[in-house]
Ligand binder design. Structure first.
Ligand SMILES: Nc1ncnc2c1ncn2[C@@H]1O[C@H](COP(=O)(O)OP(=O)(O)OP(=O)(O)O)[C@@H](O)[C@H]1O
Ligand SMILES: O=C(O)c1ccc[n+]([C@@H]2O[C@H](COP(=O)([O-])O)[C@@H](O)[C@H]2O)c1
Length: 209
């Protein structure tokens, strides 16, 4: 079974922080690959600041170069927007893969607002990577109040395929302050270099328009 970590995100744009946490997770969890799911549109984020999907996917492809990372916009083909639907579809589509959901500590804080977040935790193990400014045990977070009982020790993280979800592992990583927000502030028109209107999806080979 291939061991795959999934990092969902807006990638508006992709940056070195995504790459660094993916390589760290690859090592900590013993992954064969990390798949970056470039979202057609985060259901909780306003669409107006969002660069077109082909530009975000192209920026992710560039950041993923020469690393065991595949950028994909597979949610555009699956027709899913909510993570719970995406993960169900992926597990069905790739029965020979073991999947773990990766996210930064900032996403753990708002996880309780995601559609059927308990359902997500029941589908696959979740690995949270520390992010500067976000306490991982997020006291007062609705999701953490429920997830706390499923936390596994980080020293066992390579054995995640033996865990029966819900299972949550909190991974400490050297704080990486990079963010897409900072990059957009520095250059709101970052996507002008990705003028291409169509990009080949590296995972599915479909044309993303
Ligand atoms: N520097 C980082 N450290 C830890 N996790 C990160 C970091 N950058 C991104 N992530 C995680 O990667 C995933 C995708 O992030 P996203 O594409 O939204 O980038 P972002 O930098 O958080 O963007 P924005 O600043 O626009 O919110 C999320 O789970 C996020 O928590
Ligand atoms: O399913 C949901 O309700 C949901 C709500 C907010 C965010 N998400 C997912 O969380 C991932 C991170 O999103 P972002 O925009 O913070 O990079 C991305 O895969 C989104 O589709 C999912």
């Amino acid at each position: 079974m291939a061991r795959i970590g999934i990092l969902g995100g807006s990638f508006n744009p992709a940056h070195g922080g995504h790459r660094a946490i993916s390589l760290f997770a690859q090592d900590a969890l013993g992954l064969d690959e990390v798949w970056w799911l470039v979202s057609p549109g985060n259901p909780l984020k306003p669409a107006q600041d969002m660069a077109p999907l082909p530009a975000r996917l192209a920026s992710a492809r560039r950041q993923a170069r020469r690393a065991p990372i595949r950028a994909t916009a597979i949610e555009a083909q699956l027709g899913t927007r909510y993570t719970v639907d995406t993960l169900r579809a992926l597990v069905r589509r790739y029965p020979k893969h073991d999947f773990v959901w990766l996210m930064g500590g900032d996403n753990l804080r708002q996880f309780g607002a995601w559609r059927d977040w308990r359902g997500i935790a029941r589908i696959m193990t979740i690995a949270v990577i520390a992010r500067p400014g976000y306490a991982m045990r997020a006291n007062g977070s609705l999701a953490m109040a429920w997830l706390r009982r499923f936390v596994r020790p980080a020293c066992q993280s390579r054995h995640w395929t033996d865990w029966r979800p819900p299972a949550l592992v909190l991974l400490r990583f050297r704080p990486d302050p990079r963010s897409a927000t900072l990059l957009r502030q520095a250059d709101p028109l970052w996507h002008r270099e990705f003028t291409t209107l169509r990009v080949r999806d590296p995972l599915t080979r479909a044309l993303i328009i």
